[in-house]
Design a protein around this ligand. Sequence first.
Ligand SMILES: NC(=O)c1ccc[n+]([C@@H]2O[C@H](COP(=O)([O-])OP(=O)(O)OC[C@H]3O[C@@H](n4cnc5c(N)ncnc54)[C@H](O)[C@@H]3O)[C@@H](O)[C@H]2O)c1
Ligand SMILES: [Zn+2]
Length: 291
Amino acid sequence: MYLGFITTLQRSKFFNSVTIMCARTSSDMTKFKETLKSAKNVVFLSGAGISAESGIPTFRGDGGFWRKYQASALASPGAFKDSPSLVWEFYHYRRVVAAKAQPNAGHLAVAKYEAKHTPEKTVSVITQNVDGLHSRAGTKNLLELHGNLYKTRCTKCKEVLDNTDNPICEALANRGAPDVNIVGSDIPVKDLPHCKNNKCKGLLRPHIVWFGENLQPEVLEKAGEAMDKCDVCLVIGTSSVVYPAAIYAPQAAARGAIVAEFNLEPTPGTPNFHYYFEGPCGTTLPKALSD
Ligand SMILES: NC(=O)c1ccc[n+]([C@@H]2O[C@H](COP(=O)([O-])OP(=O)(O)OC[C@H]3O[C@@H](n4cnc5c(N)ncnc54)[C@H](O)[C@@H]3O)[C@@H](O)[C@H]2O)c1
Ligand SMILES: [Zn+2]
């Protein structure tokens, strides 16, 4: 299963209404809390919105650009092939921003809920985020669908390694400024991060699932299992347009699981969900998850 924006065909199957963003008022929080109490399998499905209050831009709106480039256009194998230097500068910038950020009240509420209710409930967190903030908040049962900014993969021998070095290589020191007037990127490929295995020495890339690439089968399988058995799913800060995560919650709702959405505004998925809590999830989530 590949990563991509959801197509019209997929939309028509899973969404009753995609063109009309319905006006919807927030649901009854007390009623949702009662439902959550009796749940045995709970899934949190998060997107970039949960990290927005930590100062990490989402891909929608103004935050979706780095220099003159649409961020999603740089998160692609084609962009890396055209200019590994430019894409590494972009990811160096994102690594630095995320490293400086702190988990916010939303991440912390999710981690606290898991710690408090495990093992009496199975609590899973499936995230599209690559910033590592869920695990820094203390979440244990975590599936990172799109990889992690602090992992590299060798383009030759495919070895995946953790890497929190800052900068990740000398040539990237003081690079990655988001200024719109900076054009191109000129770091020679030999100076970009390379595999430390002497027999290989291949070019490293961020261990991120880019648009148009396949998700890791084992992660996909585990996420599918968690979604199949959940009785309550909380969809947090995701625009519900990036496939495959975008179909998880509508599918769960269609088979009878209770789905609650936490977002600043309605999304294409909203009409399919039982509950919708509007507002910054750093405020709404701690309320929904408190006793
Ligand atoms: N933090 C990160 O790791 C990060 C950041 C940007 C993009 N991405 C990647 O970009 C893709 C984008 O998909 P996506 O759906 O995750 O994000 P998105 O950028 O498409 O959508 C973000 C959603 O969050 C909502 N939102 C923003 N601030 C919020 C807040 N404070 N509280 C609640 N909701 C809020 C927005 O209304 C929007 O619906 C994913 O593949 C993801 O991997 C990740
Ligand atoms: Zn290698």
